[in-house]
Design a protein around this ligand. Structure first.
Ligand code: FES
Length: 153
């Protein structure tokens, strides 16, 4: 077994402490698992195995139950992807407004540099095609606008 250096151990302890702080804030809520997962995902960019174990222990769930939720929802990832991400809506209303014809151009613009993720409805159905970057919403996208948005990341 590989020994971890003292700074590496300190980082792991600090990360676990932060996860425990997040859990403590949400623990009194009804059905706290999803809010905790959202908070951990937002804080670390992922819900890794160590965090899943900590959350499972705190909520008296099995790690398999927590992992099942993490792997089911697109909003959660088990490992961090440090690339900028664009969430492109490909649900029915945006499909009707032509989003599928724009995907190839967006993928070409994204390459390996930008993570192009699919999402299903951003609540902008009447002004689609729509996309989200961070907390920013983008509506009425055409192919040129989408490519420019991807290139701006
Ligand atoms: S279907 Fe795309 S925003 Fe609702």
């Amino acid at each position: 077994m590989e020994r971890q250096s003292e700074p590496a151990i300190r980082i792991v302890v600090d990360l676990q402490r932060k996860v425990l702080e997040i859990i403590a804030v949400r623990l009194g809520e009804e059905a706290p698992l999803l809010p905790i997962l959202h908070d951990v995902q937002a804080a670390f960019g992922c819900v890794d195995e160590a965090a899943q174990t900590t959350i499972a222990d705190a909520l008296n769930l099995s790690r398999a139950e927590v992992h099942g939720v993490v792997s089911f929802y697109h909003d959660f990832t088990s490992s961090a992807d440090l690339r900028p991400a664009l969430h492109l809506c490909r649900a029915e209303a945006c499909q009707a407004r032509g989003v599928e014809r724009m995907v190839a151009a967006a993928e070409a613009a994204a390459g390996q540099r930008v993570e192009l993720k699919t999402t299903y409805c951003l609540g902008l159905c009447s002004v689609g095609p729509a996309a989200r970057v961070g907390d920013g919403l983008h509506a009425r996208l055409d192919e040129t606008g989408l490519v420019k948005l991807v290139q701006s990341l």
